[in-house]
Ligand binder design. Structure first.
Ligand code: HCA
Ligand code: CU
Length: 401
């Protein structure tokens, strides 16, 4: 494996997520961005991609405010503008002080159909703009991405990348439509690494097939140095690679790759996005509390005794310090007994708990929350209660260590 770094694109690709429409938010406020930026920087992210300043006045002002915020807070960060191969985009990005330019141009046959100009003409324009920028600014970071790189034949990629190789710091390989599979990703990265050994390779995977995480992992294993991610994997359609999902998986593959990241900030970052969007952390996010929540009776019984039986990864390292056993109609006697005795303070025996569990499972109707339903059922039986000291009475035991 090679050196690796994250390119955060929460403020660019992330804002293109349909989820922002689902929650009637449409874009992040400057305050949201500051909180996210601060959390990402503290996690260890140093590369941030933003919209081209010509996208809107608000995006331009937010970028300037965040650059200022980073400086004042002494947060290490480099800012990259996502721009078209267009003089106006270049000028406006340089004017506001970006550290580097992320060019993109569709090189596939699909791109050819959607552009109003000839693709050939645009390729020539890219070479002209990028080579003259290199001459004028020898130190400026320049990246070029052939959009839809995994539906573009290699020959076509080579044709363009060969021309740009002398001038760029990095080549991007975006899977714009989320079509790539891990085997193809590995092959492509290896071929490109060999052909262009002096530049960094950056990858960007959309999740249309559910492969954005495994493709990113495969790309890093094959030698890609930079991976585009967002918080929660937010992005166009079903999004891109989630930053915390990737960090967790790289940690499991090779701890050294992520040693400079403060991994325990992963979960707080996911919760912060939940707070901003007014949603729960996604159930299928690797670094989530749902991944520490157990429902089935047999799982709950086993977890009460020995957590590792159903918890393979130490999520505490990624900031998930809680563990939940949810009481419901699939719970077994062990949790019911635990709940009634330890939390509600009933003086009951295990065999009484077994009886109650049977009754609870058979009569639960899904109208009241399961805990309330169970308590009502038990109240009718007039069991004696332990005296729980006043100062503990409001405690809710959720952490079972
Ligand atoms: C977009 C397309 C992009 C660009 C990625 C890149 C993609 O939304 O404009 O510049 O490397 O997925 O191709 O996000
Ligand atoms: Cu994208």
């Amino acid at each position: 494996m090679t050196r690796f770094d994250i390119v955060d694109t929460t403020f660019r690709e992330g804002q293109q997520s349909p989820l922002l429409f689902d929650v009637y938010k449409y874009y992040f406020s400057l305050e949201d961005k500051k909180r996210l930026f601060n959390a990402l920087a503290r996690l260890g992210v140093r590369r941030f991609e933003f919209f081209s300043p010509i996208v809107s006045k608000r995006e331009k002002e937010h970028f300037l405010a965040l650059k200022d915020f980073a400086k004042k807070k002494n947060l290490k960060a480099k800012f990259f503008a996502h721009i078209r191969v267009h003089e106006l985009d270049v000028i406006s990005a340089l004017e506001v002080g970006f550290d580097g330019l992320h060019f993109y141009l569709n090189l596939s046959k699909h791109g050819e159909k959607s552009y109003s100009k000839e693709q050939k003409e645009l390729i020539e324009k890219a070479v002209k703009i990028i080579s003259s920028l290199r001459k004028k600014y020898p130190k400026l970071y320049l990246r070029f991405s052939g959009e839809d790189a995994f539906r573009t034949p290699l020959k076509r990629l080579f044709y363009v990348y060969d021309k740009l190789y002398p001038y760029v710091n990095a080549f991007g390989l975006p899977d714009t439509v989320g079509i790539a599979i891990p085997e193809k990703v590995k092959r492509r990265i290896k071929v490109l690494k060999k052909r262009y050994p002096k530049v960094l390779l950056e990858v960007h995977f959309h999740n249309d097939r559910g492969f954005s995480l495994v493709n990113a992992l495969s790309a890093v294993k094959a030698g890609a140095e930079l991976v585009d991610t967002t918080v929660w994997g937010l992005g166009e359609r079903s999004g891109i690679t989630s930053i915390t999902g990737l960090l967790l998986n790289l940690y499991l593959e090779d701890k050294k790759l992520v040693e400079r990241f403060n991994l325990e900030l992963c979960y707080p970052l996911n919760v912060l996005m939940g707070t901003i969007l007014g949603l729960q952390v996604p159930f299928n996010e690797a670094v989530s509390l749902t991944n520490r929540t157990h429902i089935a009776g047999v799982h709950q019984k086993a977890i009460l005794r020995y957590r590792k039986i159903y918890e393979a990864i130490d999520l505490g390292k990624f900031g998930v310090n809680k563990n939940q056993l949810l009481l419901g109609p699939l719970s077994g006697v062990h949790l019911v007994y635990y709940f009634l005795k330890e939390i509600k303070g009933y003086k009951i025996s295990f065999s009484q708990a077994r009886e109650i569990t049977r009754e609870f499972k058979n009569s639960f109707d899904g109208i009241l929350p399961p805990e309330e339903f169970l308590v009502k059922l038990v109240e009718r039986k007039n069991f004696a209660k332990h005296k729980i000291p006043e100062k503990y009475s409001s405690f809710r035991i959720e952490v079972l260590e």
